[in-house]
Structures are given as structure tokens and as C-alpha cells.
Design a protein around this ligand. Structure first.
Ligand code: TRP
Length: 337
């Protein structure tokens, strides 16, 4: 096995505004990887994945820039990490084609995200939605990335990435693509809907009150937490008692994540307290943490040319890695160059 340079890659779809879920579940993890400095870090807005379902072009462009602003405002440094928009690094799509010819129809058909998203009418789904995981494998392997921080829901796609790498290596008799490791975030940072603690907080939920958007102003954030669904009981003294109270557990998890403490520490301090007071404390904490981010995002969004310059520079740095890997892949496969 060749030794692969340790590299972290992850991506977020620019398919809507950024939520507290993206921030706590993904972006803060990315910032931690960047700070650790043990791995090269590459973070990507996956616009090609977004169009596997219909997108309004103007909204897609705005959401891509907003996602970039969100990364920057949250602490991703475009010099220390490589920050890119997927379609600006064409080797992702080029390697995806090769992987379309490696992956089997049966593998793709077993992906639970495909089954969920294509629903009852798979005949009407785009071919891109079916091939989505092969493009995701290409995102990762075009950097020979070794570690991918993702949510639990993406674990199956990382396993497929390993299957594609293994089949490619086997079929061509090479040891070229690494076996990427998923780094799965803990359940504690899985942010759920403020209206239903059993469902993930989602940018596509039609009810805006179900989520905190990173662009929400202080009053909106406070109001959404005040209106969050809970139950009439006071806060318990330990985490086990929250298992049957998903709505309350979600708020406590958010509080713990925003304050950088664990849930038990939070409950020790707040045990017996009324939820009305807790929600107010949570709103204050969230505003203190998120207001500087939303202010910085607004500043960045006022200067889209600056965002575009940062992305162009990111693409240039990315391509120093991806072009040689794609060229080598073509050579292995037998393309005349
Ligand atoms: N599929 C991921 C999601 O919806 C986004 C994504 C695309 C991704 N390519 C990736 C995540 C590569 C990690 C690595 O969350």
C-alpha cells in the first residue's frame, strides 16, 4: 500500500441557505480539522450535486456564494484550507465519468438516499440523482482524500466510495486510490428541527420556524427558540432522561454545542430549571455566537467579486492536486493523452 498524504475533504450542497445544523454539524468540525493542522483540508460547495434536483439558476448562484461566505465567516481560512466550488474544478466531473463506468447499477440502486429522494416515481428522477454517489466518490478520490467528515446519513456513500476505489484498483491491477475513512459526527451535534425533535433541521423544510438560518437576525433567532416545541416538564439532571424527550434533548444539545461543553455539564448546571428560562438562555447564547457570523456573511455578500476571487484562487490551488491525479487515472485506464 503506498502511503497517502493525509487529506481531509468534505462538501456541502448549495441547495438552500445555511442553517445552524450545517454550522454545528459540519462547518465547526471543518474548522477544527483546519486548526489541528495534521491534514491538508479541502472544503467544497457541491453545485453539481445540487442540480441533481431542479434548481433556479439565480438562487443556485446566490446560495453558492452564501455558502462560501458562511465558510469564511465561520473561520475557514482560504489560505490554510483549499476552499472551492465543485464545477470550477472540472476534474471532479471528469473522474466521475470514469467512476460511472466502474460502479455497478446494483450498487447505486441500493443507496438509501437514492431510494428516499427518487421516491415512488424513480422513472422521473434524473440520471444525475442516480449517479450522485459516483460524483461524490470522485470529489473525494480526485484528491486521494483519506478522511471525510460527514453526517451519519452519508456513511453509505463513503462505503460506496471505498467499493469504487477497491474495484478500480483491482480491475486495473494498481494501488492507486486510497481506502477513505469516514469520520462520522456524534449524535450530539446532529441538530434537529425546532418543531419536531425527531427530524433533522433542514434548509428545505417549508416552515422557516423549524430552523435557525445563519443569516437570521438576533430578534428572529430569539423568537424561533422561544417558539421551539418542548414539553411542560423542567430540565432533568442527566442526559439519559432526555431520551424520551427529543424536542428538549435537541435544545440541550444545541446549547452544549454552542457553549463548547458536554450535555451532562449543561444539565448539572440547569437541572430543575423551567424550559421558558432555558430557551431564553439558549437564545442569548445563540445570538452571541451567531450574530458576528451573520454580520460577516452580510459584509461578504455585499462584495460578490471578492468571493469569486477567493473561489477562483481555491480552484487554482485545487487543480495543482487534481490535474495530476486525473492524468494518471486516464493513463491507467488507457486513454491516449
Ligand atoms: N452528499 C453530501 C451531502 O449531501 C455532500 C457531498 C458531496 C459530500 N460530495 C461530498 C460530502 C464529498 C463529503 C465528501 O451532505
Amino acid at each position: 500500500m503506498p502511503l497517502f498524504t493525509p487529506r481531509v475533504f468534505s462538501g456541502i450542497q448549495p441547495s438552500g441557505g445555511l442553517t445552524l445544523g450545517n454550522y454545528l454539524g459540519a462547518i465547526t468540525k471543518f474548522v477544527d480539522w483546519q486548526a489541528k493542522g495534521t491534514h491538508a483540508t479541502i472544503f467544497c460547495m457541491v453545485d453539481l450535486h445540487a442540480i441533481t434536483v431542479p434548481q433556479d439558476p439565480a438562487a443556485l448562484r446566490r446560495n453558492t456564494r452564501e455558502l462560501c461566505a458562511g465558510f469564511l465567516a465561520s473561520g475557514i481560512d482560504p489560505e490554510r484550507s483549499i476552499l472551492i466550488n465543485q464545477s470550477q474544478v472540472p476534474e471532479h466531473a471528469q473522474l466521475a465519468w470514469i467512476f460511472n463506468c466502474v460502479a455497478r447499477m446494483g450498487w447505486m440502486g441500493r443507496m438509501t438516499q437514492w431510494k428516499d429522494k427518487s421516491g415512488k416515481n424513480a422513472e422521473a428522477a434524473s440520471l444525475g440523482l442516480f449517479a450522485y454517489p459516483a460524483l461524490m466518490a470522485a470529489d473525494i478520490l480526485v484528491y486521494h482524500a483519506t478522511h471525510v467528515p460527514v453526517g451519519e446519513d452519508q456513511k453509505q456513500h463513503i462505503e460506496l466510495t471505498r467499493d469504487i476505489a477497491a474495484k478500480f484498483n483491482h480491475d486495473y491491477g494498481v494501488d492507486f486510490f486510497p481506502m477513505t475513512e469516514p469520520v462520522i459526527e456524534g449524535a450530539a451535534t446532529r441538530v434537529m428541527s425546532l418543531r419536531d425533535g425527531t427530524r433533522k433541521m433542514s434548509k428545505s423544510d417549508p416552515v422557516d420556524g423549524s430552523r435557525i438560518n445563519l443569516t437570521d437576525d438576533a430578534d428572529t433567532i430569539a423568537k424561533k427558540f422561544r417558539k421551539a416545541k418542548t414539553d411542560p416538564d423542567p430540565l432533568p439532571g442527566e442526559a439519559g432522561a432526555l431520551e424520551t424527550r427529543p424536542d428538549v434533548r435537541n435544545l440541550v444539545n444545541i446549547y452544549a454545542a454552542l457553549s463548547g461543553r458536554d450535555v451532562d455539564a449543561v444539565l448539572r448546571e440547569k437541572a430543575g430549571g423551567q424550559l421558558g428560562h432555558f430557551k431564553q438562555d439558549l437564545a442569548d447564547l445563540a445570538v452571541a455566537k451567531l450574530a458576528p457570523i451573520s454580520t460577516e456573511m452580510a459584509r461578504l455578500m455585499d462584495d460578490p467579486a471578492e468571493i469569486d476571487r477567493i473561489l477562483a484562487r481555491g480552484a487554482e490551488r485545487a487543480r495543482a492536486i487534481t490535474v495530476p491525479i486525473l492524468e494518471k487515472t486516464y493513463e491507467i485506464v488507457g486513454m491516449v493523452r
